[in-house]
Ligand binder design. Structure first.
Ligand code: HEC
Length: 302
C-alpha cells in the first residue's frame, strides 16, 4: 500500500510537471495507468507467493497429523493443477499406447493427440468476438470504424489548433493593425524588452542617450503607436538604430512600443533635449484621416 501511495504521489507530481512542460493529458493518463497496472501486478505476485507459502504450511501440518494417526497421506489436488489438466487434457504417459499410431519412421512414432481444450476455447472465443465485432461495428454501427475515428481525431486537433491560434495571434500584428497594449502584464513584458535591448541607447527611463529622448512630445519618426512600431520594426540603420524585426516578435514589438507610450510626460532627470517635431495624440486622428484622401488621389490618377 505504501508503495502504491509513493507511486501515485510521484506520478501526480510528475503530472503537474508535465502539465507545465506541455505534455498532453493523455500521456499523463497513460503514465498513471502504467503505474497502477504495475502496482497491481506486483501486489498480485506477492499475494500468490504468500498463498503458496500458507498452502505449504497447511500441507505440512496435514502430513504430520496423518503420520501421527497412522493414516496414508492423501495429496489434495489444487484447483490450478486441476484446471491445467483440464485445459491440456493430455493422455498420461502410461496410457499413451492407446493413442499410438501404427506407423514407425526409423524409430520415430506418432501419438494421435486431439487438439488441446485451451486451444479450442480460444478458437470459439474468437468466433464469438468476430460476431460481436461485426454486429457492433458493421451492423448496428454503435462503434466508430477506423476512418471515422481518424476523422474525429483530426476534427478535434483542428479545433484545438484554432483555439491556440485565437489565444496567440502572434504573427499577424504589423504597423497597419498594431494596437496600444494596456494590459499591465503586456506593459511589464514591454518594459523588460526595453531594459534588455533599448536602455543602453535610450537610457533606463527613456530619457535618451545615444538615441533620442522617448519621454517628450517630440518625435523624429512620428509618435503614434503605429509609427513607433514601424520605427522599432524597421529601425533607422543609418543613424545607429537597428531593425528589431529579426530580434523581437511582433507581440514583443507591440509591447515595447506600448511601454514607450506610457513614458510620455514622465520628465526623467537628465533628459535629452527634444528632437524632431511636436506630436500630440489628438493630431494623430486627423493625420490618419488623410489616408483616404491619398487613396482618393491615387484612384484619380488611375
Ligand atoms: C544602438 C543604440 C540603439 C538601440 C539599442 C536602440 N535604439 Fe532606438 N534609436 C537609436 C537612435 C540613434 C535613434 C534615432 C534615429 C534617428 O536619428 O533617426 C533611435 C530612435 C528610436 C525611436 C524613434 C524616436 C523618434 O524620435 O522618432 C524609437 C521609437 C526607438 N528608437 C525605440 C527603440 C526601441 C524600442 C529599442 C529597443 C528594442 C531601441 N530603440 C534600441 C538608437 C538605438
Amino acid at each position: 500500500l505504501a508503495f502504491s501511495f509513493l507511486i501515485l504521489g510521484s506520478s501526480t507530481a510528475s503530472a503537474q510537471a508535465s502539465a507545465d512542460s506541455g505534455l498532453s493529458a493523455a500521456t499523463t493518463l497513460y503514465i498513471l495507468a502504467g503505474f497502477v497496472v504495475f502496482t497491481a501486478i506486483l501486489v498480485l505476485y506477492v499475494s500468490v507467493v504468500i498463498l503458496r507459502l500458507l498452502r505449504f504450511i497447511v500441507k505440512e501440518e496435514a502430513a504430520k497429523k496423518a503420520e501421527l494417526a497412522g493414516e496414508p497421506i492423501v495429496e489434495e489436488e489444487s484447483w490450478w493443477s486441476k484446471f491445467v489438466d483440464k485445459a491440456n487434457d493430455v493422455v498420461p504417459i502410461e496410457e499413451e499406447d492407446t493413442i499410438m499410431l501404427d506407423h514407425n519412421y526409423d524409430g520415430i512414432r506418432e501419438l494421435d493427440n486431439h487438439l488441446p481444450p485451451w486451444w479450442k476455447w480460444t478458437f470459439y472465443l474468437s468466433i464469438v468476438f468476430a460476431i460481436v465485432y461485426m454486429v457492433s461495428y458493421h451492423v448496428i454501427g454503435n462503434m466508430p470504424l477506423q476512418t471515422a475515428e481518424y476523422e474525429t481525431e483530426v476534427a478535434l486537433a483542428n479545433e484545438a489548433a484554432l483555439k491556440r491560434a485565437a489565444n496567440a495571434p502572434v504573427a499577424n500584428i504589423d504597423e497597419s493593425n498594431v494596437e496600444l497594449a494596456t494590459d499591465p502584464a503586456d506593459l511589464a513584458k514591454g518594459k523588460q524588452v526595453f531594459l534588455n535591448s533599448c536602455a543602453q541607447c535610450h537610457k533606463e527611463q527613456g530619457e535618451g542617450g545615444i538615441g533620442p529622448n522617448l519621454t517628450d512630445d517630440y518625435w523624429l519618426h512620428g509618435g503614434s503607436i503605429s509609427e513607433v512600431f514601424i520605427t522599432i520594426k524597421k529601425g533607422v540603420p543609418e543613424k545607429g538604430m537597428i531593425s528589431w524585426e529579426p530580434v523581437l516578435s511582433p507581440t514583443q514589438m507591440q509591447n515595447v512600443a506600448s511601454y514607450i507610450m506610457t513614458l510620455r510626460g514622465t520628465n526623467p532627470p537628465n533628459a535629452k533635449a527634444p528632437q524632431g517635431e511636436l506630436y500630440t495624440p489628438d493630431v494623430d486622428g486627423a493625420e490618419e484621416e488623410e489616408q483616404p484622401a491619398d487613396s482618393l488621389q491615387l484612384s484619380q490618377v488611375n
